[in-house]
Write a protein that binds this ligand. Structure first.
Ligand SMILES: NC(=O)c1ccc[n+]([C@@H]2O[C@H](COP(=O)([O-])OP(=O)(O)OC[C@H]3O[C@@H](n4cnc5c(N)ncnc54)[C@H](OP(=O)(O)O)[C@@H]3O)[C@@H](O)[C@H]2O)c1
Length: 249
């Protein structure tokens, strides 16, 4: 129960890594504002069961992170709850279309940056203001990628957006340290999710063949890293990224 008494905001938690983080946080005692794009019966049922099994509150917030007005309304609901916010996980994201550099329209790059960078920064602006009122401080986690560290052919805008997130991590860690708000990032390797499965087979095999653990990662393994960064176990860690890729590059 590493997060008992804490409240988290997690984006993109209907599937993939975000789904695993929501489960992990709930099982560790956190109440969660679960941000997803669409309301579905399947998601409602899942959070109802998880909430009952874990004895925590899971409050769904429905918005597309590109929609500034919808995000503002969702944050309004968080504010009205008068809860102290301890954790923000900027997890929602998208991958690029796998076009070589000369074939990639600048417009594609802007669209992807809107989701993978600007929307996350906008949400962080809102939530960090709430966290600054929390006497216990807080933990902000960005989801970057090993692609930001090592490059990835055909994915310039994805790599750029994930590198931008690392820059934000370093900068916000410095700005928010005075409020005891820690800011860190996770750089996953190939993880078994819908997004991971979109990676070209040849490239995926090369990555796995060259990684010491020689296997794909599981969403739960990234959720464990998020749990460490969200909890007081990492109380003296800020401005860092944790590569979680089975040693792969
Ligand atoms: N899987 C990997 O190998 C890998 C590696 C490195 C980094 N990452 C990063 O880890 C994070 C999670 O990835 P994943 O593998 O779990 O991906 P995923 O299975 O494709 O899930 C992506 C999540 O982001 C949400 N999302 C995307 N665009 C959104 C928008 N405009 N508004 C609201 N929600 C939006 C999706 O919601 P919908 O269901 O509504 O589309 C979904 O919940 C991403 O930031 C990704 O870049 C993943």
């Amino acid at each position: 129960m590493l997060l008992k008494g804490k409240t988290a905001v997690v984006t993109g938690c209907n599937r993939g890594i975000g789904k695993a983080i929501l489960k992990k946080f709930a099982e560790n005692g956190a109440d969660v504002f679960a941000c997803v794009r669409k309301e579905t019966d399947e998601f409602q049922e899942r959070i109802k069961n998880l909430s009952e099994q874990s004895g925590v509150e899971i409050i769904p917030l429905y918005f597309d992170i590109r929609d500034a007005e919808a995000m503002k309304n969702a944050v309004g609901q968080i504010r009205k709850s008068h809860r102290k916010i301890d954790i923000l996980v900027n997890n929602a994201g998208m991958i690029s279309a796998n076009l070589l550099f000369h074939m990639t329209p600048i417009e594609n790059m802007r669209e992807l940056f809107e989701v993978n960078f600007f929307a996350q920064i906008r949400l962080t602006q809102y939530i960090s203001r709430l966290m600054q009122k929390n006497p216990d401080g807080g933990s902000i986690i960005f989801m970057s990628s090993i692609a930001a560290l090592d490059g990835s052919p055909g994915q310039l805008e994805y790599v750029g957006s994930k590198a931008a997130v690392l820059g934000a991590t370093k900068t916000l860690a410095r700005e928010f340290g005075a409020y005891n708000i820690r800011v860190n990032a996770i750089a996953p390797g190939l993880i078994e999710t819908d997004m991971g499965n979109q990676v070209d087979d040849k490239m995926a095999n090369e990555i796995i063949d060259h990684s010491p653990l020689r296997r794909w990662g599981k969403p739960e393994e990234i959720a464990n890293v998020a749990l460490f960064l969200a909890s007081d176990l990492s109380s003296y860690v800020t401005g860092e990224f944790i590569r979680s890729s089975g040693g792969g590059v």
